[in-house]
Design a binder for this molecule. Structure first.
Ligand code: SF4
Length: 290
């Protein structure tokens, strides 16, 4: 097992602070890839900007360290260009739910077949501790010395309402469980979103591992049907207005045709395998439409 794990890790060691939750997410991703036996030559990771986005360098496969907030358009393009790839988007809550929020909603409703992992630490870590879109109301940070005034984004509720077809939450403090959530997302045909709670031990001294452990519980399959959208919404609301309980596990899963299965130019063949039209063909097509 250890030998297999080494295969996915690059020669670059993570640069995170000791104890950063992103180590647990990295371990969970590594385990998920190993358990699924993913061909690393067909594994493509796209990240944004932020501490967590450095994860792309820690794996020995193809990837792009993209622009701030642009994980999803890049990952969408990669998947639509080559549907044979296993595509993973990875970034932080500031990247994904701040500047990247428009992309999050539209990617969810398109249902393109890839997995998006957000390492959610409720703060901007790379820029040394400003309030992020998931910072809780009242959180005192460098940018909110008197406490955050706005209500936080609820990532699970947002993903559900936007149309994501696989929605889960995991915890970097429980990488085995998180790996199961990631495996489920990769195996799912469609857009899979995983809110990976990943404490920032340096700049978020409130939402610590212990803080989360006191509130987290695993969703029980006996009391929750992940095919039931209304049950998923109720479950998503459990952590929001109240912060006493935080469910982790699979909230929702739905089989639905992907974007690429319905797009006429893509459903016959993946884009990179399609022959390029000749110069003359392009000119003829333009002339036909003038
Ligand atoms: Fe992790 Fe926070 Fe350190 Fe960034 S600043 S590496 S998020 S602990």
């Amino acid at each position: 097992m250890v030998g297999n794990l080494v295969n996915y890790k690059s020669c670059i060691n993570p640069i995170w602070c000791p104890g950063c939750g992103d180590f647990g997410v990295f371990a969970a991703m590594n385990k998920a890839f190993t358990d699924l036996g993913i061909d690393k030559n067909k594994l493509f990771i796209v990240s944004g900007i932020g501490c967590s986005s450095a994860v792309v360098h820690t794996f020995d496969n193809y990837g792009i360290h993209g622009l701030h907030g642009r994980v999803l358009p890049i990952a969408s393009g990669v998947k639509l260009a080559n549907q044979d790839l296993t595509v993973i988007g990875a970034g932080g809550d500031g990247d994904g739910f701040g500047i990247g929020m428009g992309h999050f909603i539209h990617t969810a409703r398109r249902n393109i077949d890839f997995t998006y992992i957000v390492m959610d630490n409720q703060i901007y870590g790379l820029t040394t501790g400003q309030a992020s879109p998931t910072s809780l109301k009242g959180a005192k940070t460098k940018s909110s010395p008197n406490g955050v005034i706005e209500s936080p984004i609820n990532p699970i509720l947002t993903a559900l309402s936007a149309g994501a077809t696989y929605v889960a939450r995991g915890f970097s403090g429980d990488p085995m469980h998180l790996a199961e959530m990631i495996k489920g997302g990769i195996a799912h045909k469609g857009f899979a979103f995983i809110d990976a709670i990943s404490p920032c031990v340096t700049f978020n001294k409130t939402n610590t591992y212990d803080w989360f452990k006191q509130r987290m519980y695993k969703i029980d399959d006996k009391n929750h049907d992940p095919s039931n959208f209304r049950m998923a919404i109720d479950k998503a609301l459990e952590f929001g207005e109240s912060i006493e309980k935080m469910p982790i596990g699979l909230f929702y899963k739905k089989e639905q045709q992907t974007y690429e299965e319905q797009e006429i130019a893509l459903k016959e063949s993946t884009l990179f395998a399609s022959p390029l039209p000749s110069h003359e063909m392009v000119i003829d097509r333009i002339n036909e439409n003038i």
